[in-house]
Design a protein around this ligand. Structure first.
Ligand SMILES: [Zn+2]
Length: 216
């Protein structure tokens, strides 16, 4: 547990203290004044040092986010799409808790080989625009989750929290703790990357240099 903290949920004071003193960050730009619960995930603040830290900076220069973002999907699922976690700040230095909503992106069909999505219904002989494999209709509309830029508990002081009911405080603390736990899992996944992968430079056909991660 790096971000997650234990709280005595029987105490209103402990709950208010936890919520009022939690790290916060803007949900959009700093000028619109919206903020929410957040954790700083700058590499030099993650408790990593020495050669691991050097390697961490190498990994940051590669396409690594898809490898470590799976705890966020799990978090969204556990809150039925009502909340999500996004990164914000210069070079994504903060993970921020966002209110979210479930929406249907409108795709009607998908490729049987590469999974490319398409807005058109598939008919006899429809093929994928990317790989030319057959396209089939989706069984049900996709449900994706998107973040809203609204604040969560913006500018609430400890006194403001203490004015809320004990039940409200417990619910809120449960949400924020589960956010912290998901941030811990993202951090763990990042540390695993440092240990299990090396950064390789490869020249692809385009020709353009890309860095990708390869399991050691
Ligand atoms: Zn395809």
């Amino acid at each position: 547990m790096f971000f997650e903290k234990r709280i005595d949920t029987r105490s209103k004071d402990a709950l208010a203290d936890f919520l009022a003193s939690h790290n916060r960050y803007n949900t959009m730009n700093s000028w619109n004044g919206n903020s929410s619960y957040a954790n700083c995930v700058k590499v030099n603040r993650l408790g990593i040092n020495g050669t691991s830290l050097e390697k961490a900076f190498e990994i940051l220069a590669s396409d690594y986010w898809d490898e470590i973002r799976f705890p966020i999907r799990e978090f969204e699922k556990s809150w039925y799409g009502g909340y999500t976690i996004g990164s914000n700040g210069r070079s994504g230095g903060y993970l921020v808790l966002y209110e979210a909503e479930v929406y249907s992106p409108g795709h009607r069909s998908t490729c049987t080989r590469c999974g490319q999505l398409n807005f058109q219904q598939a008919v006899e002989g429809s093929v994928c625009g990317v790989c030319r494999a057959p396209r089939v209709n989706l069984k049900s509309p996709l449900k994706w989750v998107r973040a809203k830029s609204s604040s969560i508990d913006h500018r609430m002081s400890k006194e403001d929290y203490l004015d809320m009911s004990h039940a409200w405080l417990k619910d809120r603390a449960e949400l924020v703790r589960s956010f912290d736990a998901a941030c811990d899992q993202v951090r763990n996944a990042f540390i695993e990357l440092i240990n299990d992968f090396m950064v390789v430079e490869e020249t692809v056909m385009v020709p353009q240099k890309v860095k990708r991660l390869e399991r050691i």
